[in-house]
Design a protein around this ligand. Sequence first.
Ligand code: BDP
Length: 730
Amino acid sequence: MLTIQKYSARIIFGLLLCFTAHASFAQFFFDGEDGYRLWLRYEPITDRKLAKQYQQQIQSLQIAGDSQTNTIIRKELHHALSGLLGDSLAESQQLKNRQLIIGTPLNSSLIGEAGLAEELANLGNEGYLLRSIKLRGKQVTLIAGNTDVATLYGTFHFLRLLQTHQPIDSLAVKSTPKMDLRVLNHWDNLDRHVERGYAGQSIWDWHKLPEYKEQRYYDYARANASIGINGTVLNNVNADPLILTPQYLEKVASLADIFRPYGIKVYLSIKFSSPQLIGGMSTSDPLNPAVQKWWRDKAQEIYKRIPDFGGFLVKANSEGQPGPGDFGRSHAQGANMLAEALEPHGGIVMWRAFVYAAEKNEERSKQAYSEFKPLDGQFHKNVLVQVKNGPIDFQPREPFSPLFGATPQTPLMMEFQITMEYLGFSTHWVYLGPMYKEVLDADTFAKGAGSTVAKVVDGSLFNNSISGIAGVANIGTDRNWTGHIILQSNWYVFGRLAWDHQLSAREIAEEWVRMTLGNDSEVVTKVTDLMMASREITVNYMTPLGLHHIMAEGHHYGPGPWVKDLGRDDWTSVYYHRADKNGIGFDRSPNGVNAVEQYFPPVRDLYTSPETVPEEFLLWFHHLSWDYKTRSGRTLWNELVHRYYDGAAAVGDMAQTWDSLQEKIAPQPFHQIQMALDIQEKEALWWRNACVLYFQSFSDRPIPEGLEKPQGRLQDYIEMQFPHAPGQGK
Ligand code: BDP
């Protein structure tokens, strides 16, 4: 226990620190706002006029049904409305004027009477309607769907309107998800280490499960349901076979029970060699009948415990993981074996296309396409192939993977990374909405103009019967879930775009700011602007003009353009930037490795020439001389240096803008973000200095006029070590 003296000594020490650092008084008087509540804060609406309007418009509640989901809806509404309006509303089963009525045609006769049958018929199991209508002479608001979960989604939509101060008096909303599977991928190990996780440990406390059910599991489910996420893969793609043992399946089942009423299905990453590793078999060959039976039995065992189990995610023959290739079988043969085992129970297989192998003797960016395109048409109908957004690996910027559009008969699931392995971990402020949109909106031209990646993924381009999108989660045990409050917005935007990829990154950012940081107009405008600019700024100080894969080795923390001589060339940086005294960049044009051939014309033609390729991909596709004239009129060298400098300087501007909001943001989030910006500013300069000094050792050209010299010595940057950087694979 702290004695009073010790306590006051701490305060005095704290005060001294305050005056020496950025921090201020506020840091020592915690007001409870620590980011745990995410975007579901339901703070009182201080605009009294608006609060009054809402109170007049909604005067009582009628929530049909008593399923677990109905209870969740009821609790959420009471909690939210008493927070937002300071009033908890009475429920009444009688129809009243100004009532909010929530139900399905099955559990509410009023919904049946509302004349919505035709619209409901087109809503599927997850879509919902929000309607302001007259019913038996009374003015009411309806939230209707065909299932309880659909009405839960509708409820969160309704609450979002209140949280963001939107009108609710003449609602005519119809919303259905564009993708069927909207799934988080947790790269969580069973020992709670999160691969590429920067927000603490895994939130799954396997040791205490199945009995001990953390409050966090419920709040996780609420948060996901509020943005329409309907699936979670609990464990790392580099899977531990133990997850399929009875001991762990019991734990998995208890999580599935928690998530079910929120509309969330549980999936597992599996190790392809499980029959050998935990089944005592001598092979895992997918064509071996005993192996097939092992998987069928395993599926049966799982479904006995978890009747709505979602299915398997598989990383096979990739980065050392076992797979069908070990037995001379194709990815399709491997996937189909699992698909057949799951099919009788309604499960699916998400088979990853993230494969590359040194023996292939083909440039890495081309390998996934070469491997999977020929398999189009061979996959079982409950298989989706999960493709990373770009052809290499979650870099700050990549062109879209050429697989999108190339496999009309195979549903492709998008895989985005929400955790920021290559974008500054959980310290840098990078809102990923613009990146997700850039990829989703990219036109593949697979069936002529307008064949966007989004249409491939949502299944509409090729009329696929199933569609999906996955995001590698950035969630951990940190109080604020994501290590940096702003990065909650990446979880948020992933879910919102998974539901509706036509929303803009900006409107989602604004929504998130209003709900998470407040509705003050200065906060909303400034923070939304910062968010929208943040990704491009980061690309500039890390990998401008199409550079990629120049991060430090192993932990991927910080710059490492000098990385070479690893086990494989395509794990090094020098393989990707190819800087020499003549120039820089990777020639993927027909004169080089011809990766452009994997794209449909006219994308292929655009990328083929340095004159027409979008400048952000210049060095992705072309090796150019240091004196090549870029579109600004500057030489390539000067342009590159300018971008590094602009990026780093912009972080300083971000920090200043943030400082100007001190009075308007709760103290703890304010200071945490301020401290993170301090680190980001330092690290942006680190990236800038290290990369510019390194590339200058090839270009042998001066720093352009007007720019200060990079600080430090290249050798010192090269020698920096970070032995305990978080999130490494093990
Ligand atoms: C890479 C990560 C590695 C993952 C791999 C994957 O560094 O930890 O296992 O992706 O997606 O980017 O399988």
